[in-house]
Design a binder for this molecule. Structure first.
Ligand code: GCB
Length: 604
């Protein structure tokens, strides 16, 4: 009893004195001083969440996060992290433990790490998670430090006061159960990979640090002799009078900026047009940029380009560009599993480049930062998207806030990537006033965060009669680019693509954000035989010919680069829980349709 009391007192004292909070997202985390906490973590599968709720379903004070150990022989403690199996983090449990292949529920993760006393003296320590799918509670040395929802965006927690010299323990309860009010909602056509799916890091920052910043090249007339680069940046604190030295050495630009009362700076840099190499797929030029605060320098590599629309055209650096794209899920080749490394990014992007792409749609959620940065280095433009997918709970304010938070963190993480040209706010959502209001607010909010990029969403074809397809969507006024998915030749109108006409009554560029059909690699037959490579090949021939005639076509991202796992795809012998619409098989073999799209892109 005495011991319990003492523990309680200590707990109370800790809650009073030590603060731990999720803090606004750090930009450019990989350039900071970090210690990776990847590697082996112990895990406990907790089907009934007994590590969190007591047997009356109240949140238990004695949950697994206490990391309790028997102190006396007679003590009863029915879990032991140190004896639990290990899993390599980052990863997804579905492909790491075969018993968990279909599992959707709670898994606890645990690891110890050491902190040297010298490291605790100055500054702050932030615990950074690249992504955890979907809902997680984080505990440091038994203290609850964060509850985060949303499976594809990063978050960071100030754990400075929780850490101690020597051994520290972090425990994460991860729950990927589907819920109607979540984003995404209960149903979606991809594998619900659970776990700590991206890098985990302990980040050391000074007490005052540059939290985030945004570089941008102002639009200008093609003949402009000078160009303006803008920078805004903010500290973690609203502190005036702090000096930030900023430079782009290659352009010989240098300024010392002083923070205002909100801890912000903003400035303009004027550069001769002839000296500036713009970022483009042909020349993905990145400049080193440096920002120094109190002797500590934060470096990044930033590209300068403009993206805008003019009538039905998309203009990159003032010139019309055709987006030769492909949709991609964040899934590894050869058996699936979440991508989480630079090598995974290289594999998928090389496949896209073999196809002749200059553009990728990173569907249906923000992909990891390696992917976006690797695409930027290779000159591949990006459509980045949040998982507002299908039947979202449009009237639920919590759902809206969740979507808004995911949108915010997607933008805050990638706002300096020159290759990201489109923020997409939704995919194939059913029309209603409630949905228009939800998405309208989201689009307007996205513009307040970033008015330098294009906003779009994947719409659907609404009406057709006598082979005339019509796109009508009240969201047309909110988007810069009208994008829609269509499955002529697969879900509808097999053989009729050649007869189809399109009416898109908006003076905006058009992207066909999806088309395609399934085929099993190596399965051959007549072109009207479903699932054969020939069927898919013919579908691609007919679809590319059809969409070529669409007025204002500015690009396309067919569905999809490679076959991917989906629990909705149950046809034995053909699908076996894979969506087979890939141009590559899961093993990376090219199907016949690959060459059709490649040739079409070559002609563009
Ligand atoms: C769609 C969805 C995508 C699906 C695809 C399909 O329209 O946007 O997530 O996977 O169709 O294969 O049916």
């Amino acid at each position: 009893m005495k011991r319990i009391l003492t523990t309680l007192l200590v707990l109370v004292a800790l809650t009073v004195t030590a603060q731990a909070d999720e803090v606004p997202l750090l930009g450019n985390v990989y350039a900071r001083q970090t210690t990776l906490l990847n590697g082996d973590w112990n895990y406990i599968v907790d089907v009934q969440e007994e590590g969190y709720y007591d047997y009356r379903m109240n949140v238990s004070r004695w949950g697994f996060f206490q990391n309790a150990k028997p102190q006396r022989p007679e003590d009863l403690i029915e879990y032991d992290f140190d004896k639990a199996p290990k899993m390599q983090i980052p990863s997804d449990w579905n492909t790491k433990d075969e018993k968990l292949f279909f599992y959707e529920g709670t898994v606890w993760f645990y690891r110890k790490f050491n902190v040297e006393s010298s490291k605790l003296k100055d500054g702050k320590k932030l615990l950074y998670f690249g992504a955890v799918n979907y809902d997680c509670h984080v505990y440091v040395n038994t203290k609850h430090v964060a509850h985060h929802i949303g499976g594809f965006t990063p978050f960071n927690i100030d754990v400075t006061d929780q850490l101690k010299e020597g051994e520290n323990v972090v425990i994460v309860k991860v729950d990927n159960k589907r819920h109607k009010d979540n984003v995404p909602t209960q149903i979606f056509d991809w594998w619900n990979y659970g776990g700590i799916t991206r890098d985990v890091m302990l980040v050391s920052v000074a007490g005052n640090y540059i939290e985030n910043y945004k570089w941008n090249l102002e639009k200008a007339d093609a003949k402009a002799k000078k160009r303006t680069i803008t920078l805004t940046a903010n500290l973690n604190k609203a502190e005036a009078g702090q000096q930030i030295e900023v430079s782009i050495p290659e352009l010989k630009l240098k300024q010392t900026l002083t923070t205002d009362a909100e801890g912000k700076v903003s400035s303009e840099f004027i550069v001769q047009s002839s000296k500036l190499t713009l970022w483009s797929p042909e020349s993905p030029k990145l400049y080193d940029v440096e920002m120094t605060l109190n002797g500590e320098t934060l470096k990044d590599q930033v590209g300068f380009r403009t993206i805008e629309t003019r009538g039905k055209q998309i203009l990159l650096n003032g010139n019309p560009v055709f987006l030769k794209g492909i949709s991609i899920h964040e899934e590894k080749v050869n058996g699936g599993g979440r991508c989480n490394s630079i090598n995974d990014a290289k594999t998928l992007l090389s496949m896209a480049q073999e196809l002749g792409c200059n553009f990728v749609r990173l569907a249906h959620y923000p992909h990891n930062e390696y992917m976006v940065r690797e695409a930027e280095r290779r000159g591949i433009m990006v459509w980045s998207e949040i998982p507002v997918y299908w039947t979202i709970s449009w009237t639920n304010e919590g759902t809206f806030n969740n979507a808004k938070r995911q949108l915010t963190d997607m933008i805050l993480r990638d706002q300096n990537r020159a290759n990201v040209i489109i923020w997409s706010i939704a995919n194939e959502t059913p029309h209603s006033n409630e949905r228009d209001s939800f998405l309208g607010r989201l689009a307007e909010y996205a513009r307040t965060l970033d008015n330098t990029r294009l906003i779009s969403m994947a719409m659907e074809v609404t009406g057709q009669s006598n082979y005339v397809n019509r796109l009508q969507d009240n969201m047309n006024k909110y988007v810069d680019v009208v994008s829609f998915n269509q499955y002529i030749g697969w879900y509808r109108d097999v053989n009729d693509a050649p007869k189809m006409k399109w009416e898109i009554p908006y003076e905006k560029p058009v992207i066909i954000s999806e088309f395609g059909g399934g085929a099993k690699y190596g399965y051959h037959g007549a072109k009207n035989q479903r699932w054969t490579e020939e069927f898919q090949e013919n579908l691609y021939k007919e679809n590319t010919a059809m969409i070529d005639k669409i007025d204002g076509l500015a690009g396309t991202t067919p569905w999809i680069l490679k076959d991917f796992r989906s629990p909705r795809r149950v046809l034995n012998g053909i699908q076996d829980y894979y969506n087979m619409k890939g141009l590559f098989s899961d093993k990376g073999e090219k199907k016949k349709a690959f060459y059709v799209l490649k040739d079409w892109y070559l002609s563009k």
